[in-house]
Ligand binder design. Structure first.
Ligand SMILES: Nc1ncnc2c1ncn2[C@@H]1O[C@H](COP(=O)(O)OP(=O)(O)OP(=O)(O)O)[C@@H](O)[C@H]1O
Length: 269
């Protein structure tokens, strides 16, 4: 569905991404991990065509990304950022309808078949009861569901998300990721997702790519990537990695670097 080879990007003298390769099959979820400033969002910008690489190539469904018109590209790929829909004064239904833009023909642009898709995705994402509300009146979690509904209405084959759960509480984080997972399985959707939460990434992603200073340090299945040595190399912290008792995926337990000194302090009264 998506492949990238030898991606390099610099801003001025600074190399932000250096020889990054990736491959994503239909129906697969690839998580991009790495510390602040490691180049994750820059990688996303290259893949969505917002920025061009200095070197290397990107292929979307076997065709070079730069060969797509914006409309053709939008039929293949939908993009969702942290705050993908601002507090705009449009109704939820109008925003979801915007997802049908790439399929817009001549007037009347929203055919009955388009309208049915809009109604169906609003029900699937549970925003149907909110359909007449202004997006500006919704909570962050509700807005993110609307953003997903709009992306679903676009009927992409690849969905690219940059930290979609950052501002959400744990209930909404799981709700959004579960929604994406079922969409992935039902439609064989390919997902490329930037996540900061290593534990959620290990649970939801089929493969992970770990970046440090613009380079791939490790790529592979969660059990290959979420290992103490790689985490320490990339983040500079010493985690405990334990397998989830029910899901059998690696989970990271953090412990403060100050733990020993605090214990000593306590001990000496
Ligand atoms: N347009 C730009 N011009 C100059 N430098 C930039 C530009 N965009 C990003 N950078 C720099 O590139 C580096 C990587 O940024 P990027 O946003 O890709 O990191 P990230 O891994 O997504 O970080 P975070 O986890 O904090 O969101 C940072 O040091 C950033 O300051």
């Amino acid at each position: 569905m998506l492949s990238a080879k030898g991606l390099k990007k610099s801003y001025g003298e600074r190399v932000i991404l250096d020889r990054v390769d990736l491959r994503l099959e239909r129906g697969e979820c690839l998580g991009i991990l790495g510390p602040n400033g490691s180049g994750k969002s820059t990688l996303v910008k290259l893949i969505t065509g917002e920025e061009r690489p200095d070197q290397g190539g990107i292929w979307l469904a076997e065709k070079e990304l730069s060969a797509y018109s914006p409309k053709e590209r939008a039929k293949k790929m939908a993009v969702l950022s942290q705050e993908s829909i601002g507090p705009v004064p449009y109704s939820v239904e109008d925003v979801v309808k915007m997802g049908r833009h790439p399929y817009q023909g001549s007037w009347p642009w929203l055919r009955p078949a388009d309208n049915k898709i809009v109604q169906d995705v609003m029900k699937e994402t549970d925003v149907f009861p909110l359909r007449d509300r202004f997006v500006s009146q919704l909570s962050g979690g509700e807005r993110q569901r609307v953003a997903i509904a709009k992306a679903m209405a676009q009927e992409p084959e690849l969905l690219v998300l940059d930290e979609p759960t950052t501002y959400l509480d744990i209930q909404y984080q799981l709700a959004i990721l579960d929604l994406l997972k079922s969409w992935q399985e039902r439609k064989q959707l390919a997902i490329l997702i930037v996540l900061h939460d290593l534990n959620l990434a290990a649970q939801y992603c089929d493969r992970l790519l770990l970046l440090k200073e613009g380079r791939t340090v490790k790529a592979g299945k969660p059990e290959e990537v979420i290992q103490p040595a790689w985490i320490e190399e990339v983040y500079g912290v010493k985690p405990l990695v334990i397998y989830h008792p029910q899901l059998q995926v690696p989970q990271v337990f953090l412990q403060s670097n100050r733990k020993n000194s605090l214990t000593l302090h306590h001990y000496h009264g």
